[in-house]
Design a protein around this ligand. Structure first.
Ligand code: HEM
Length: 134
């Protein structure tokens, strides 16, 4: 399915950042384990600490038409590349929704966002402060 290919590109990026055993697995994570979220792993920076959500659960709460609209207007905190999701064609967005649906709505929801002044539990990836402008 085409949605599978579109997601493969994004998942490669996610796994590269994830510092889990999966990241060392050369991209061989089976589809049944895709999109379950970053689990306990947080992404910490000036925005606080975010957790990649379980998209299989997210998509299961929407119709295809709702997903298309949601993907077009989505805006989140970092490091989610939401602008790339906004840029998807409607056809790709529909293909992605159908592919996600085919995986089944299993797994747990993501952990709650932690604000910048609160210490998250490990594990988390700490983003460096942006360089000062010259
Ligand atoms: C095809 C690629 C991707 C899609 C379709 C996607 C979709 C989404 C959606 C729909 C949300 C909103 C939360 C929800 O509705 O449950 C979200 C949040 C998030 N995504 Fe992605 N994502 C993609 C790739 C990535 C990548 C590559 C990363 C990591 C580098 C990432 C990290 C995150 C994080 C941390 C959040 C939570 C942001 C917050 O708490 O504000 N996502 N993503």
């Amino acid at each position: 399915m085409k949605g599978s290919w579109v997601l493969r590109c994004a998942i490669a990026a996610t796994l590269a950042l994830s510092c889990t055993a999966d990241a060392a697995d050369g991209g061989n994570v089976p589809e049944r384990d895709w999109l379950l979220g970053s689990g306990p792993l947080g992404f910490r920076g000036p925005w606080g600490t975010t957790y990649a959500p379980n998209l299989r659960l997210t998509a299961s709460t929407m119709t295809e038409a709702e997903w298309v609209k949601y993907a077009k207007t989505l805006k989140t905190r970092p490091p989610m590349p939401w602008f790339n999701v906004n840029a998807m064609t409607e056809a790709d967005s529909r293909a992605m929704y159908r592919f996600i649906g085919s995986l089944g709505a299993v797994g747990r929801p993501a952990q709650a966002y932690v604000p910048p002044d609160k210490q998250p539990n490990p594990p988390y990836i700490q983003w460096p402060a942006p360089p000062k402008s010259q």
